[in-house]
Design a protein around this ligand. Structure first.
Ligand code: NA7
Length: 529
């Protein structure tokens, strides 16, 4: 084997890439990982904005492949900060000696499949090439930042930031007039902290989000001890759930109980905090009438917190709860009671332009020193689309996905043999708990590569029919829910011109069962040759 030849090339050194490397290396494969960032961590390397935290509880948003690891690591809070999660990633990399196979600060420009040798040639933007039988794309599903093409966006002379590409030297907003565009999870998390620093914060909101209080705080040692003592049980419970984490979904239907009972259930969930609110009733995401009751409840809470009823009204979403990912907040709505915070509704009065000195809206210029884009990502496909990936017959992935992203199981693409994606479109990852989804994909892919080695196969490829059936099933499952009713990034609707296709597969447990069945039936839907 030459120096530039490997069994597997992995692109990305976030949690997916790190575990992929570890798992494949343990099985004796030679692996090379390329990472665009200067260090490990992926999402948690880039998203360093004030208030960045995970919205899944720390004891669940963590690896389970090593019991020693899950026992030894101590999480300080219910919802860990970006910094703590990154420290955890570093601990994992050190513990399993992962860095020696990772090349940092390296963008991948091209990947070409050679049909004669059944191998991939990967080319970096510096022109370095490596050859491998297999490639695994661990490029993340929320990693390609979206900056909207607002007129004059490059003319602003102050500091500009995107929450998903936050500078490593923390900006100081003290005494500054700051504008922030976007009120999704990143906006909701950062707005309260930026408001504490800034002289004045202007929030440009297009669509309000539903936010549920986190009630974050240090873990109770007894709670942590019990969870860790029974980790196996809790992890299994999560795998057997719809979402891959413990939402404690109530089996009752919302409209089958009295109004008073329903309110009491919502109240209890609200006090518990976090995404478990969505588990208040079994049919919240399938029955509009049921969903309306939850929406009314949250709107009522917003009005309770926000002093000015007009601002409360503007902050109150009219969309389906949970249709876009709910935000988990700390003092978000309370922030609008501050005198130094102004909410500007850009659905009512759009931004005309970004200028050298601020933002012009309705002919009036709002002067700003700093401008923050909390405008999200070209989700699930963006990072892959940036690489010129050429499969069989020189077809590029961009061409293949021109009408919408299609995969088989969210891990393989017809026409792109020996290439795997972790948490790709068609996988349940973004509507589930990302960590167990990543671990599952990694293990499934690694098993498949291993199976290929054991059976002397050189090429593994998803069939077009299997892929079409998977896409149809993904959309069919979504069509029985309220998910397709809003302009979410799940549908690609946040990016102008992006083809609309519902990308996440609904149902974590169902997905795991499908993947297992496909293997048991001899990798049904794949050709192994
Ligand atoms: P999101 O959830 O995609 O939020 C992006 C926000 O930016 C959202 O409020 C958008 O409004 C807003 N946006 C985007 N383009 C514009 C323009 N042109 N004008 C005004 N407002 C705009 O991204 P996040 O980073 O907050 O969260 C991503 C995920 O990370 C989240 O789902 C969690 O899983 C963690 P819109 O709703 O499109 O009207």
């Amino acid at each position: 084997m030459t120096k530039n030849s490997y069994d597997v090339v992995v692109v990305g050194a976030g949690f997916a890439g790190l575990y992929m490397l570890h798992n494949l290396r343990n099985r004796g494969f030679s692996v090379k990982v390329f990472e665009a960032g200067g260090d490990i961590g992926g999402t948690w390397y880039w998203n360093r904005y004030p208030g960045a935290r995970c919205d899944v509880e720390s004891l669940e948003y963590s690896y389970q492949f090593s019991d020693e690891l899950q026992q030894e690591w101590v999480w300080s809070e219910r919802y860990a900060t970006q910094g703590e999660i990154l420290r955890y990633a570093h601990h994992v990399a050190d513990r399993f000696d992962l860095r020696r196979d990772i090349q940092f600060d390296t963008h991948i420009a091209e990947m070409d499949f050679d049909e004669a040798s059944n191998s991939w040639k990967t080319t970096t933007s510096d022109g370095e090439t490596v050859v491998s039988r297999f490639c695994v794309m661990a490029t993340g599903c929320l990693s390609s930042t979206n900056i909207p093409s607002i007129e004059g966006r490059n003319t602003f002379s102050g500091g500009t930031y995107h929450t998903g590409n936050w500078p490593h030297t923390e900006p100081d907003f003290t005494g500054k007039k700051v504008g922030i565009i976007g009120t999704g999870s990143s906006g909701v998390q950062s707005i309260p902290l930026i408001a504490e620093q800034a002289e004045h914060l202007y929030v440009f909101q297009r669509t309000p989000s539903y936010a549920i209080p986190a009630y974050n705080g240090p873990y109770d040692p007894e709670y942590e001890r019990e969870r860790k003592a029974n980790y196996k049980f809790y992890r299994e419970e999560a795998k057997n759930s719809r979402s891959g984490f413990l939402l404690a979904i109530n089996e009752d239907m919302a409209m089958d109980v009295s109004d008073a009972e329903r309110q009491a259930v919502y109240e209890k969930r609200w006090k518990r905090g976090g995404l478990t609110f969505l588990g208040a009733f079994n049919d919240l995401l399938t029955n509009k009438e049921a969903n309306d009751t939850a929406a009314d409840f949250v709107r009522g809470k917003i009005h309770d917190v926000v002093d000015d009823p007009k601002i409360a009204e503007k902050l109150s979403p009219q969309t389906v709860v949970g249709c876009k990912r709910m935000c988990v907040d700390t003092n978000y709505y309370q922030t609008y009671n501050r005198e130094n915070v102004t909410l500007l509704d850009v659905s009512e009065q759009p931004i005309d332009a970004i200028t050298e000195t601020g933002i012009r809206r309705g002919g009036i210029e709002i002067e700003l020193d700093e401008l923050v884009f909390a405008t999200g990502f070209d989700a699930m496909t963006g990072a892959l689309a940036k690489i010129n990936i050429q499969g069989r017959n020189k077809t590029t992935l961009k061409e293949k996905w021109a009408e919408g992203a299609k995969t088989y199981l969210g891990v393989a693409i017809s026409g792109f043999p020996n290439l795997f994606i972790i948490t790709g479109p068609g996988s349940p990852s973004v509507l589930a708990n990302m960590m167990p989804a990543i671990e599952h994909h990694v293990e499934w892919i690694s098993d498949c590569i291993n199976h290929c080695r054991d059976t002397n196969c050189n090429r593994v490829e998803a069939s077009n029919d299997a892929e079409e059936a998977w896409v149809a099933q993904t959309n069919e499952l979504a069509s029985h829910t309220l998910f397709p009713t809003c302009n979410s990034w799940y549908l690609g609707a946040n990016i102008p011109g992006k083809p609309r296709i519902f990308m996440p597969y609904l149902g974590f447990q169902r997905y795991l069962a499908a993947c297992e069945e496909i293997v048991n039936e001899g990798y049904k839907g794949f050709s192994l040759s």
